[in-house]
Design a protein around this ligand. Structure first.
Ligand code: Z5A
Length: 215
């Protein structure tokens, strides 16, 4: 049986994570691998219920409640979906994971990073990605993309779209700091380029990972 792998995509809103997760999933399936593409918050029945509360700007949430919701979502996601898929030898691609908690609730909201490290370990049951790809993009460009999408699809704004640009800049800096601290796990790609160029770079990074971990 092929060895399971865990890949996460991270970055600010509108950086292209969802688009790239789908493309990567399709590319890997074409090579005969079994792939699960999933996301946080969400990815399980409990998670989708948490997501609806979490993203609804009309639901008032204290920042501590916000943090505990993403952790509850992750605890369920890891145990119900991620670990079983990896144990079956699949490649799991998650659109956001623990680094989003560090970036949004730590760098963005100001929770203590050491405390978040402990909480992330509890929620993730110690499950760390084999590879994390941060899609790096200027905050204003990401927000422009999501506003254009909202105009096209009628999709409403969420809890974070209403945050000031300063908040999103801190989040972006958070992702870059995580990448600097863990260069063996995290790579940063410039997301301000055409979709096909970014997906080709992601594919190269994933092929290298597969060669390294599943020779
Ligand atoms: N959150 C948290 O606070 N703590 C946590 O621990 C976790 C999450 C796990 C989830 O929102 C929110 O939860 C998130 C952080 C918080 N909020 N924020 N900010 P979500 O799941 O609804 O949304 P998102 O994760 O932020 O993703 P997004 O807005 O959907 O953006 P994306 O997935 O990165 O991008 P996309 O959907 O692929 O692309 C956006 C648009 O840009 C779309 O129209 C594409 O066609 C277009 N696009 C994509 N790539 C390109 C390129 N290269 N060029 C031009 N246009 C492009």
């Amino acid at each position: 049986m092929a060895k399971g792998l865990f890949i996460t995509l991270e970055g600010v809103e509108g950086s292209g994570k969802t688009t790239q997760a789908a493309i990567l999933g399709d590319m890997l399936r074409q090579t005969g691998r079994r792939v699960t593409v999933t996301h946080e918050p969400g990815g399980t029945r409990a998670g989708e219920t948490i997501r609806a509360i979490f993203l609804d700007p009309a639901v008032s949430l204290d920042v501590a409640a916000e943090l505990l919701l993403v952790l509850a979502d992750r605890a369920q996601h890891v145990r119900e979906k991620l670990r079983p898929a990896i144990a079956r030898g699949e490649i799991v691609i998650s659109d956001r994971y623990s680094d989003s908690t560090t970036a949004y609730q730590g760098y963005g909201r100001g929770f203590d990073l050491k405390l978040l490290g402990e909480l992330n370990r509890l929620a993730s049951d110690g499950m760390t990605p084999d590879l994390t790809i941060v899609l790096d993009l200027q905050v204003e460009k990401g927000l422009e993309r999501t506003r254009a999408r909202a105009r096209g699809t009628g999709r409403g704004s969420d809890r974070f779209e209403g945050e000031r640009a300063e908040f999103h800049r801190k989040v972006r800096d958070g992702f870059l700091a995580i990448a600097k601290a863990e260069p063996e796990r995290v790579i940063v790609l410039d997301a301000d380029r055409p979709i096909e160029i970014v997906s080709a770079e992601i594919r190269r990074a994933v092929d290298d990972l597969i060669k390294r971990l599943c020779p």
